[in-house]
Design a protein around this ligand. Structure first.
Ligand SMILES: NC(=O)C1=CN([C@@H]2O[C@H](COP(=O)(O)OP(=O)(O)OC[C@H]3O[C@@H](n4cnc5c(N)ncnc54)[C@H](O)[C@@H]3O)[C@@H](O)[C@H]2O)C=CC1
Ligand SMILES: CC(=O)C(=O)O
Ligand SMILES: [Mg+2]
Length: 622
């Protein structure tokens, strides 16, 4: 009997063990008591003792209350003092501030890397506290877990790697991906950010080390969009690298052969997509930092089949469009006047072309501007693109300037020549090439005649920005509207005046697109949803702020702004009849909710995860 009971217990334990390998999806759910009190529902943990302390999802460290210490076999395994969540937060921040104070003489990047290490260790230990720290200090920490520091982290990732995060699919996994995907411990995944590491920020091909970017983007999904961190998955698809330094580096942790290309490459991405959508049919996949050669092709290949978008092409476009609409209003014109702006874009890659396409569509939407393509002058590394350029792909050809135009600009004209002749209103950099907006270029912009020229050096990280905020204000004058991809400090213009430095980064956009797509259950991410999001982001700014040159909301408001953007996305998806509903809310109910602004924002906010501890109960203890 006893032996049989023992076997049964073993079987039950084995079953529990199996469950252990699947994390308990910790949606924050509240129960309303009969007295209408909000009571936190417990999470069931299929672990005990030190296994709980080593699981960042369940670990509360010193905050485990005495009852849980008894219930979960933790008594004696922690220092005696039971701390509150806020006390833990304070303890972390005190320690962190001490480090900052003690390393101010260190090199900037060492300082930033040290901060990243500390945050990363907290992430590994206690996810709830990590996201609390991140959300409360988003302005201070976004530059660490995201651009610019994450660029440095990616460059050094083979050395920095300690504990795995996310999944690696490689060219060697062909034929295995459909089963590999089940190695991921979460039963449900809502958001995947995937890169092939081929163009990480403006830093080029970093191969498997590019995993830092999906991790950073998904941290923002959690912090800004309230996506449950148990339901996100960062992925790198490693098809090799063409970066010679990585190929030669014995410490490099990726595949050390040249990148696969052509049909071999697409077969790998196809297999990955099929695997992902077989296991999680409703997941949203964000493509990130794919080289230009593949970014548009993959987007076209999948956008009508799966719930996907490309952040560099579409996210950047959305944020740049919102910024330009703001700049037009700051000039004292109505938004529709965007159609009259003369826009010089440096960089004809995924981001540059994505922006131009979306701004063109906005010009046509807002002002029925048939010749919208005429408003753009696009340069790449060979200078101004004209119709006499050989081998132009059709996406770029539509914007190529005619060489017989009255301004007399020739094929390959330099940026300085273009700015001098065109006298643009907007100068936008998405070249990945630092310092292209030279003193002379900026001075020429000052002479353009535009009362408030927009200077947008959007390339990342900071070292790749086309100019700094100080340079822009110094050479182009105090009236400019300035936005950069990575953050710069505001500039002291003297006489108590401030030159505002906006961060024009897709971080204001992609979290709302992802959240809105999720909560609407949209079948596809449509252009209409992207435009509604951009117009919503632009509308977040008051005329007073715009007059001061502030065209994007401050980073600490990112969660509130993301909720608004997500609501605009849900509304548009419903309007387009592209929405299937989400969880218990079906498409019909969602239509009713979307009709009422208050109900819609409550619906969005209700579904945003916040870092809070929930009581833990173990099946072994009842
Ligand atoms: N602020 C933001 O939210 C975002 C910024 N970016 C940044 O934009 C940059 C470009 O990204 P992608 O378009 O994806 O790269 P890409 O590689 O697809 O395109 C780069 C383009 O810049 C051109 N270029 C390179 N050197 C140049 C030079 N010296 N003069 C003129 N043009 C030059 C290339 O010919 C190419 O057309 C990166 O630094 C990236 O970090 C990208 C996405 C979002
Ligand atoms: C911000 C971003 O997506 C990039 O620089 O690639
Ligand atoms: Mg990117």
């Amino acid at each position: 009997m006893q032996a049989g009971g023992g076997r049964l217990r073993k079987l039950l334990l084995a079953a529990a063990g199996l469950q252990q390998s699947f994390r308990n999806v910790g949606d924050v759910l509240f129960h309303r008591s009969i007295h209408n009190h909000r009571i936190k529902r417990p999470s069931i943990v299929h672990k005990r003792s030190t296994d709980i302390l080593h699981d960042p999802w369940f670990n509360k460290g010193t905050a485990f209350p005495a009852t849980e210490r008894d219930r979960l076999g933790l008594r004696g395994l922690l220092p005696p003092k039971v701390m509150t969540f806020e006390q833990q937060y304070e303890r972390f921040m005190v320690d962190f501030r001490q480090l900052e104070a003690n390393t101010t003489d260190g090199a900037d990047d060492m300082n930033a890397l040290a901060k990243w290490r500390i945050l990363n260790r907290l992430h590994d230990r206690n996810e709830t506290l990590y996201y609390h720290v991140l959300i409360k200090n988003i302005k201070h920490f976004a530059p660490i877990i995201y651009t610019p520091t994450i660029g440095l982290v990616c460059q050094r990732y083979s050395g920095l790697f300690r504990r795995p995060r996310g999944m690696y699919f490689t060219a060697d996994d062909r034929g295995e991906m459909m089963s590999m995907i089940y190695n991921w411990p979460a039963e449900q995944v809502d958001m995947i950010v995937v890169t092939d590491g081929s163009r990480i920020l403006g830093l080029g091909d970093l191969g498997a080390q590019g995993i830092g970017i999906p991790i950073g983007k998904l941290d923002l999904y959690v912090a800004a969009a309230g996506i449950n961190p148990q339901r996100v998955l960062p992925v790198v698809i490693d098809v090799g690298t063409n970066n010679q330094q990585l190929l030669d580096n014995p410490q490099y942790m990726g595949l050390q052969h040249p990148r696969l290309d052509g049909e071999e490459y697409t077969a790998i991405i196809d297999e990955f997509m099929e695997a992902v959508y077989t296991r999680w049919p409703r997941v949203i996949v964000q493509f990130e930092d794919f080289q230009n050669k593949w970014a548009f092709k993959l987007l076209q290949r999948y956008r009508n089949v799966y719930r996907v978008f490309n952040d560099d092409v579409q996210g950047t476009a959305g944020v740049a469009l919102a910024g330009l609409l703001g700049a037009v209003r700051a000039m004292g014109h109505p938004m529709e006047d965007i159609a009259k702006q003369k826009i010089v874009v440096v960089g004809a890659g995924s981001a540059g072309l994505g922006v131009v396409n979306m701004v063109k569509q906005a010009m046509m939407r807002l002002q029925d501007h048939e010749k919208a393509t005429n408003q753009f002058w696009i340069l790449d590394q060979d200078g101004l693109i004209t119709s006499s350029r050989k081998g132009l792909n059709p996406d770029v050809r539509q914007y190529a300037r005619e060489t017989d135009e009255h301004d007399g600009l020739k094929e390959g004209a330099s940026l300085l020549e273009v700015v001098k002749k065109v006298k643009p209103d907007v100068l936008l950099g998405l070249s990945g090439c630092g310092r292209l907006f030279t003193k002379e270029v900026l001075e020429a912009m000052k002479e353009s005649g535009c009362p408030r020229p927009a200077i947008f050096p959007l390339s990342n990280p900071t070292s790749n920005a086309e100019c700094t905020a100080i340079e822009a204000f110094q050479y182009c004058g105090p009236n400019i509207i300035f936005a950069s991809g990575s953050p710069f400090r505001d500039v002291d213009l003297g006489n108590g005046k401030i030159g505002h430095s906006n961060q024009g980064n897709n971080m204001y956009f992609f979290p709302g697109i992802g959240l809105g797509t999720l909560l609407s259950g949209a079948r596809h991410v449509t252009d209409g949803m992207l435009h509604s999001a951009a117009e919503c982001l632009a509308a977040c700014m008051s005329d007073e702020h715009l007059q001061e040159g502030i065209i994007f909301p401050p980073i600490p408001r990112i969660r509130e702004i993301t909720a608004k953007v997500a609501a605009a996305v849900v509304k548009e998806a419903v309007k387009e009849d592209n929405s299937e509903g989400y969880r218990e809310t079906n498409a019909r109910e969602l239509r009713q909710i979307a009709d009422d602004e208050g109900e819609l924002s409550a619906y969005v906010e209700e579904h945003m995860w916040s870092p809070e501890y929930s009581p833990l109960v173990s099946p072994h203890s009842y």
